[in-house]
Design a protein around this ligand. Sequence first.
Ligand code: DGY
Length: 323
Amino acid sequence: MSKPRVIVSRKWPQEVESRMQELFDVQLNEDDTPMSAGQMQAALQSADAFCPTVSDNVNAELLSVDNLKAEIIGSYGVGFNHIDIDAARTRGLVVTNTPEVLTDCTADIAMTLLLMTARRAGEGERHVRNREWSGWRPTHMMGTKVTGKTLGLIGMGRIARAMAQRAYHGFGMKIIFTDPYPPPAELVSELQAESRASIEEVLQEADFVSLHCPGGKETYHLINRERLSMMKPGAFLVNSARGDVIDQSALVEALDNGTIAGAGLDVYEGEPAVPAALLTLDNVVLFPHLGSASRETRVAMGMRVVENLQAFFSGEAPRDRVV
Ligand code: DGY
C-alpha cells in the first residue's frame, strides 16, 4: 500500500523529520522559507495531510480551495487560532494540535518574563553589554521583589496551572485566577489559589498579571486601555498566550505613562512585526515567541503530530482532534 502524502510547512527538528520520512511520503521544507497562501492551497490539493504551524495563516479563503484532496490538518503547536476552524469543519477536514508537551516550557518562559520584568534583567543586561555599568551602589537599578506577591492568572488552563505551581512553590506567591472553566479542586487547594469572578477583579488585585487565554475573536484586545487602567500602578503584565489578546497601542501608552510598571511579552499582534514604540521602552521585556522553544519540547510537538497522523491514517480517532 502506498504511504500517505504529507506536506509540512516549515522545517521541523531532525528526529521528527526522519520519523516522518519513515512513515509517510513526506515533502519537507529544508530551507524553512514560509509557504505562500498559493503554496499552502497547492498542498491541500495534492497531499492527504497538510501540516502547518502557528505562524501559517490557514484562513477561510485559503480553505475554500477547489479540488481539496487533504483530509487532515495536523498542526504543529497547541494554539489553533491561525486556522479557521469553522471553515475546516465545513470542508470536512479533521484538525489536530499538540497540547500538553509544551506546557512546562511555556510556563517557564512566562515565569522568565515575570522575573525579568520585575528585576529589570533585560535592561541590566543591555547596561553591561553597552559598557555603561560603573559598579555596585545601593540605589542602582532597583526592581520589584517577586517573592510573596500576588499573581493573577487570566485563564487557568494547563499552562496557567504550571505557571501557578512555579509561582506558588518556588516564589511563595499568592495565586488568584479567573476562568469560566475552573481547574480541579485538588489543584486549587494544593496552591491555596483563589478564584475571582471577573477579569477586572484579578486586574485590580494582582501585582503580576499573566495571560493564559486562547487567541481569536473572543479574546481580541481583551486587555484594552480601560482594563490596563484597572491594574495597580506598580503591577506588571506578562503575555505568553497570543499577541492580539492585548491592544498593543494601549499597552505602549500604559508603559510610557506609568499606568503599569512593566510588561513581558513573548507574542505580538501581527508577529513577527513588533511595534517600534515597544523597542524604545526599557520597562518591557521582548521575546521572539519562545514559549515552546526547547529542543526537547519541539521534538515532542513534532512527534505528537506524527502520532495524530498515524492514528488518522489507521482509521482511529487522533488523540488531539480539535475538529
Ligand atoms: C503554540 O504551540 O501555540 C505556541 O504558541 C508555540 O510555541
